[in-house]
Design a protein around this ligand. Structure first.
Ligand code: BES
Ligand code: ZN
Ligand code: ZN
Length: 483
């Protein structure tokens, strides 16, 4: 999509036009007849959120009314969602170019609308032989947005698009080596970003027992990618480490997933895609915060020499783990990466994102992230707050010490899944927290939100990029609290 910022005169604009309308008192600026204005008034008395389409002119006039009196996060979310709904209408009307003007609308409301229409306009087109619909041009009244703000947002949305694309790519075309190469080539073009790709031999030399075990059934090599963004402004700061689960495909391994449980498991690398995208977006927009993304990658297969239940692994930090179920593989590769972050980077915070448990989806469905923290109460409060603002929400699960009992093994330090399926999301979080040691730690289980099988407003079918706006907004806040 191409974006223009121009002065738009609604009354004389000759082309498809959208009005965003949030304020009762602004009727006079609209090119509508008395009768049409009365219709608007009647509709607004019923409900403030609606779309009217006026077809009497040689072009379409879309009139999108919203409730500016709602609290601002809800109002902005409503605008993102309405924008997605409007886009379906534009597709039906074959509109290629749209101008947006507004009355009674704040800059952040306009920004939310543009965000919604942009995120909704993504589709996974790589394997289509027929072209799909996209809006070509969006011209926005320059009263509402500054060019530099729009450009910064565009860079963020571009990263969300890329995250979705990676998540949507099947493992046949994006295995660990290919993903690592792609990240390295992006990093090479970004200022202050350095990428290290460790191959199988180096992973073995590091004794990453979790990553090596999960990779044993695969014909594809594993990778461990470390991206570092270290801007001069933040060089002296301890970094925030972003760890992402990079299971390129999760068959379950020897505990193979039954029936259609395997479908969509190409999305099991969404955590890694999310964290790489967050770091790239931060670098694109020069956020003054020192970041390290640590991304362990492999597929999980029941191949010839696949790791098996009853195996006992020695992890990067020396912890021993009894394998009880080879389908609880994510925590094994993450454990090595979290321990590596804690030992080598002296981080002030470790955050991970992982499509870790079906239990998280059962607990809260597809409406948010299951989050846990140890020693990171304040960052979690802040994350939760920005989550409400950008509407990528999280709910905090408890990390009571009683849960520790459920992951103790009689023959090793830990077992890789709980002794009961109860609280499966929490036992997974507990397992990971062990490897963060004393470093403040936040775990984000994104299993419910990383990939949608039905469209959810501006998140379309497939990879969502959910969590990127959340973490980006969180990193923006770091700047404010730094001094
Ligand atoms: N990748 C899955 C979790 C998942 C399930 C993500 C559904 C997205 C949607 C993970 O590796 C897994 O298989 N977890 C098991 C853990 C169990 C064996 C302890 C699960 O949740 O069933
Ligand atoms: Zn699994
Ligand atoms: Zn998995």
């Amino acid at each position: 999509m191409i974006y223009n910022l121009e002065k738009i005169d609604a009354k004389s604009h000759a082309g498809d036009l959208l009005f965003l309308y949030g304020d009762e008192g602004a009727e006079r600026t609209l090119p509508l007849s008395k009768k049409e204005l009365d219709m608007v008034k009647v509709r607004r008395e019923e409900k403030k959120d609606f779309l009217l389409v006026f077809d009497r002119l040689p072009y379409h006039l879309y009139f999108l009314s919203f409730d500016s009196e709602k609290p601002s996060p809800e109002c902005q979310e409503e605008l993102r969602r309405s924008a997605a709904m409007l886009l379906s209408r534009l597709e039906a009307d074959k509109v290629q170019s749209l101008a947006v003007s507004a009355v009674g609308t704040l800059p952040e409301e306009m920004a939310a609308f543009v965000e919604g229409i942009t995120l909704a306009d993504y589709s996974f087109d790589r394997y289509r032989t027929k072209e799909s619909y996209h809006l070509d041009t969006l011209t926005i009244d320059n009263l509402f947005l500054k060019p530099e703000e729009l450009e910064a947002s565009q860079r963020l949305w571009n990263r969300i698009y890329w995250c979705r694309e990676w998540v949507n790519l099947p493992v046949q075309d994006l295995n660990a080596a290919a993903f690592a190469d792609e990240l390295a080539s992006i990093a090479a073009d970004l200022k202050d970003v350095h990428c290290t790709v460790m191959d199988k031999r180096q992973i073995e030399a590091l004794r990453m027992g979790g990553l090596m075990a999960v990779n044993r059934g695969s014909v594809d090599e594993p990778r461990f990618v470390v991206l570092e963004y270290k801007p001069a402004e933040a060089a002296k700061q301890q970094p925030i480490c972003l760890v992402g689960k990079g299971i390129m495909y999760d068959t379950g391994g020897l505990n193979i997933k039954p029936d259609d449980y395997m479908q969509e498991m190409k999305s099991d690398m969404a955590g890694a895609a999310t964290m790489a995208s967050v770091l790239f977006a931060a670098a694109d927009n020069r956020l003054p915060v020192h970041l390290v993304a640590l991304l362990p990658m492999t597929d999980n297969r029941p191949g010839f020499n696949a790791y098996a239940a009853d195996d006992i692994l020695t992890m990067y930090d020396g912890t021993t783990v009894e394998v009880v179920n080879t389908d609880a593989e994510g925590r094994l590769i993450l454990a090595d990466a979290i321990a590596y972050a804690a030992r080598n980077y002296n981080p002030r915070l470790i955050v991970d994102a992982a499509t870790l448990t079906g239990a998280a989806v059962r607990a809260i469905s597809t409406y948010g992230i299951a989050a846990m923290q140890v020693g990171a109460e304040n960052p979690m409060t802040m994350l939760s707050l920005v989550g409400k603002q950008v509407y990528e929400r999280l709910v905090e699960f408890p990390m009571w010490s009683e849960y520790d009992e459920l992951i103790k093994s009689p023959i090793a330090d830990l077992r890789n899944c709980g002794t009961t399926p109860q609280a499966g999301t929490i036992t997974a979080g507990k397992f990971l927290a062990h490897f963060a040691g004393k470093v403040p730690y936040i775990h984000l289980d994104i299993a419910g939100v990383a990939y949608f099988t039905k469209p959810q407003h501006y998140y379309r079918v497939g990879g969502s990029g959910y969590g990127i706006r959340l973490l980006y907004a969180f990193l923006q806040m770091q700047d404010m609290i730094k001094g």
